[in-house]
Design a protein around this ligand. Structure first.
Ligand code: GLU
Length: 308
């Protein structure tokens, strides 16, 4: 089967070194097997994202020599324009009795959740699942607008990650009922990403390891919606020398600064070094890395960066 990958950035700021590593690996994964790459703009949260950031991001990818076959700022590849597809999937879940309204406010949600998981997320207790019709009616009359949660079964889901190996979660215990639609009506990432990957024919999902814990619930959603789950490949996260994970707020390592400090070839070489494809950081073009690429070389753990 031909590889069909995707890069799915959220245009909420300039990309940082970690985003670039995921982008480079998604590109190499597709290009090294003669596959295709889709660029999907994950702008569900219209308050935090913008077309300007998306434009900038595409310019930054091109500058690095990373191209794509479909997508970008075209309506059908922008999550903000794909609501009708998410509605459909939402109704399928509704018909299957797999979602329920949750009226918890943020503080109620925290109180009704088990201690933090390793990734900092909390496991919701399922409190609102047990509401009776009349209790729901009372909350509706108070003007409370519910979010919608998927009801997770007591089911262990194993993902054979192409980089990190076997990863298993029991959905009910380790993940908990998760939000598929927010109380303001906006569809949540977990639902949108599954619908998009399925409808866009994506069979390789390459992205940062911070999303590994989303893979079991996404694989499950694929199954219940009647789709074939993609193969997942989670890439190492880049850590600052003090152990902190790089984030968009770390402007010192965002594309604005990086483009001032490095040439495209220098930056590509640095990323290739972090990706285990080069022994040392030396100038390289993205296309020169295609023949060097193999998932066996890519680190399984986080990588500490020490950019000068
Ligand atoms: N939009 C997400 C991000 O920028 C990535 C989602 C995904 O790759 O599944 O972090």
């Amino acid at each position: 089967m031909n590889v069909r990958g995707r890069f799915a950035p959220t245009p909420s700021g300039r990309m940082h070194l970690g985003n670039l590593l995921a982008a480079l690996l998604a590109w190499l994964d597709a290009r090294s097997s003669g596959g295709e790459l889709v660029l999907r703009i994950e702008d569900l949260d219209t308050q935090r994202t913008s077309a300007e950031f998306a434009q900038q991001l595409m310019d930054d990818l091109r500058w690095l020599g990373l191209d794509w076959d479909e997508g970008g700022l075209e309506p059908d590849y922008m999550q903000s324009r794909r609501t009708a597809y998410y509605e459909e999937a939402f109704h399928v879940l509704e018909e299957k009795g797999l979602i329920y309204p949750c009226y918890c406010t943020r503080s109620e949600r925290m109180a009704a959740s088990a201690p933090h998981r390793d990734d900092g997320a909390v496991v919701y207790s399922g409190k609102c699942f047990h509401l009776t019709e009349s209790e729901r009616a009372v909350l509706e009359r108070q003007g409370r607008r519910p979010a919608w949660r998927a009801r997770c079964p007591d089911l262990s889901v194993t993902v054979e990650d192409g980089n990190c190996g076997t990863y298993t979660e029991n959905l009910a215990h380790d993940c908990g009922d998760f939000i598929v639609r927010r109380s303001d009506g906006v569809f949540a990432y977990q639902l949108a990403v599954v619908v998009d990957d399925a409808l866009m024919g994506v069979n390789h999902v390459v992205r940062g390891r911070d999303l590994l814990c989303s893979a079991p619930r996404q694989a499950w959603l694929h199954e219940v919606l009647g789709y074939e789950p993609p193969r997942f490949f989670h890439t190492p996260l880049l850590l600052a020398p003090d152990g902190r994970r790089l984030a968009k707020r770390d402007h010192d390592l965002d594309m604005g600064t990086l483009r001032e400090r490095y040439t495209a070839e220098e930056l590509t070489g640095l990323l290739a070094y972090y990706a285990g494809l080069l022994d040392k950081s030396q100038s390289a073009q993205a296309k020169e890395l295609i023949s060097l690429f193999s998932w066996t070389k890519v680190p399984k753990n986080d990588v500490v960066v020490c950019t000068p």
